[in-house]
Design a binder for this molecule. Structure first.
Ligand SMILES: [Cu+2]
Length: 462
C-alpha cells in the first residue's frame, strides 16, 4: 500500500483531515483499524455488528480529525495482520516539520512461509480448517450484553486455563514442529517468549541480507519513526554507534530520553531523533527479545561503504521490559484528578492449552467494562501469566500512571506492556469518546485465542 508520492502507507500534512475511501481489493472480507487514532467508534475499523468487515470490492468512507504523530494501520480481521496487511500512518505536525529533520519510517514485521492459520493451529493443536472457521465466527461476533454466563471461548471444546492457573507450569523441553519457546530463568521461574519460530524478521519488508539503505546527509539530522507491526514479536531497537533521543512514544511527545538501546513492544512506536557524527554507514537494528536474531535498515551518507550485517548477532537479548516506560514523562500529561471509576483486569492464560484470557473470560464471551461519558477512568491490569502482554485500548490515549505499583507521570500511549509474573500497569483516561471499544492483547495469537474485551459507554446501542 503506497500513497501518491510512492511512500508506503499514508502521510497526512499538518492539519489535513483523515478523509479516506477504503476499497477492498482482496478476495476476502477485511476491515482496517487506524491504530492509535481517536475517530468516532463507527470509524475505528473494528468488526462490530454495526461496522461489519468489507466484502470483496466494497468501499467505505472515513472522515475524521486525526491526531499528529507516528501511527499505523492494520487489518483487524482474522489473521490478516500476519499476512502483512499493515502500513504506516504518519500524521505530520507543523512544529516537527519546522525542525527540518529527515524523516525515516521503519516498519518491523515477523514473517513465516507457513500460513497464519497453520501457525495458530500449531499453537493450539487444532486443524487449520477449524482455526479458519473460528476466525470467521469470532471476528464477527458481538459480545453478549452484560451477561456473565457462558465462559466457553472461541476454542470450543478446549479445556481452558483459568486466570493464574498457568503459574509455575514448566515449559522446558516442550516444543512443537515450527514452534519455539525461549525460557528464561527469573527467580527460579521460566517466562515464555516468542510463541512462533519465524522464518524472517523484516524492516521495511527486507531482511539484513538485503537491507534498505537510506541516503542521509553527512552530519545529518534524522527523525526515526519506528513501528513494531509484528504480529507476535518484540524487539530492542539498537542504534549501534549512534546516540538517540526518544522524543515521542505511540505518537505522543515525551520529555527526551537519551540512549542507544530501547525496548519496543508489539504495536508500539518510537520516535527517535539522531544527529549523525559526520560521514559513514549507520545500522539501525531491531533485535528480537530472548534471541540473537535481528533485522534493520542502514543510514548511509553519500560515498560511505555499507558493510554486510549478519541477521544473527553474538549476544542473546533479554526480554523486552518496562525499563524505558518508568523513565518516560509525558509532554502533555492529563490533568490530575481522582478517578470516578477503576476497572481491574487480570491477564491470564498459558501455553498448554494455548489460550489467553482477561478476567478469566474469552472473547467473545466477555462482560463489557462499562463507563459513562465524562468520567475519569483508570484501568489496572495485573498479569498472572508467564508471558508479557502488550495491551491496546482503542479510541483513547492514556497516560501510564503506575508500573508495578509505583506511581508515574508516565507517557501517553495507546499500547502498554504488562510484564509477566504479577507485573502490573495502571492507565488513566477521560471518557470522552462514546462508543464500543476493543481492549486487547496485541499479540495476534493471544487475541485470537480470547484475550480481548470491550470497553462500552452507557447508552450505546449494541
Ligand atoms: Cu498477550
Amino acid at each position: 500500500m503506497t500513497d501518491q508520492a510512492g511512500r508506503p502507507g499514508l502521510t497526512l500534512a499538518p492539519g489535513e483531515q483523515f478523509r479516506v475511501k477504503l476499497l477492498n481489493r482482496t478476495a476476502d472480507h477485511t476491515i482496517i483499524h487506524w491504530h492509535g487514532q481517536l475517530p468516532p467508534w463507527t470509524q475505528d475499523g473494528f468488526p462490530w455488528p454495526q461496522t461489519p468487515p468489507l466484502a470483496p470490492a466494497a468501499t467505505r468512507a472515513y472522515d475524521y480529525v486525526p491526531i499528529p504523530g507516528t501511527y499505523w494501520m492494520h487489518s483487524h480481521q482474522g489473521l490478516q495482520e500476519q499476512s502483512l496487511m499493515t502500513a504506516p500512518l504518519i500524521v505530520q505536525d507543523a512544529a516537527v516539520l519546522a525542525e527540518g529533520r529527515q524523516e525515516v519510517v521503519v516498519m518491523l514485521h515477523d514473517f513465516s512461509f507457513t500460513a497464519p492459520d497453520a501457525l495458530l493451529a500449531g499453537l493450539t493443536g487444532q486443524t487449520p480448517s477449524a482455526i479458519h472457521a473460528m476466525a470467521r465466527s469470532t471476528e464477527n461476533a458481538a459480545p453478549a450484553p452484560m451477561t456473565v454466563g457462558n465462559r466457553m471461548g472461541p476454542m470450543q471444546g478446549m479445556a481452558h486455563t483459568a486466570a493464574g492457573k498457568g503459574m509455575g507450569m514448566s515449559m522446558s523441553g516442550m516444543s512443537m514442529s515450527g514452534m519455539s519457546m525461549s525460557g528464561m530463568s527469573m527467580s527460579g521461574m521460566s517466562m515464555d517468549l516468542n510463541d512462533i519460530n519465524y522464518d524472517a524478521f523484516l524492516a521495511n519488508d527486507r531482511t539484513l541480507h538485503d537491507p534498505e539503505t537510506i541516503q542521509v546527509e553527512r552530519s545529518g539530522r534524522v527523525r526515526l519513526r519506528i513501528i513494531n507491526a509484528a504480529s507476535s514479536s518484540q524487539f530492542w531497537i539498537d542504534l549501534g554507534a549512534l546516540t538517540g533521543r526518544v522524543v515521542a512514544v505511540d505518537g505522543h511527545p515525551v520529555v527526551p530520553v537519551v540512549g542507544r538501546r530501547f525496548p519496543l513492544a508489539i504495536a508500539q512506536r518510537l520516535d527517535i531523533v539522531v544527529d549523525l557524527p559526520g560521514a559513514g554507514a549507520f545500522p539501525v537494528l531491531a533485535r528480537l527479545e530472548g534471541s540473537r536474531r535481528r533485522t534493520g535498515v542502514v543510514l548511509a551518507t553519500p560515498g560511505s561503504r555499507v558493510v554486510r550485517i549478519q541477521d544473527t548477532g553474538l549476544d542473546q537479548m533479554l526480554p523486552v521490559d518496562n525499563s524505558l516506560e518508568t523513565r518516560l514523562v509525558a509532554r502533555a500529561p492529563l490533568a490530575a484528578r481522582k478517578p470516578d471509576l477503576v476497572h481491574r483486569i487480570v491477564l491470564g492464560g498459558g501455553m498448554k492449552p494455548y489460550s489467553w484470557s482477561l478476567n478469566g473470560e474469552f472473547w467473545p464471551n466477555i462482560t463489557p467494562l462499562m463507563l459513562r461519558k465524562g468520567q475519569r477512568v483508570e484501568i489496572e491490569m495485573v498479569n498472572h501469566s508467564m508471558m508479557a502482554h502488550p495491551m491496546h485500548l482503542h479510541g483513547h490515549a492514556f497516560p501510564v500512571v503506575a508500573v508495578n505499583g509505583r506511581p508515574l507521570n508516565g507517557a501517553v500511549r495507546d499500547t502498554v506492556l504488562v510484564t509477566p509474573m504479577m507485573g502490573s500497569v495502571r492507565i488513566a483516561f477521560d471518557a470522552d469518546n462514546p462508543g464500543r471499544w476493543a481492549l486487547h492483547c496485541h499479540n495476534l495469537y493471544h487475541m485470537m485465542t480470547g484475550m480481548m474485551t470491550e470497553v462500552r459507554y452507557d447508552g450505546i446501542e449494541v
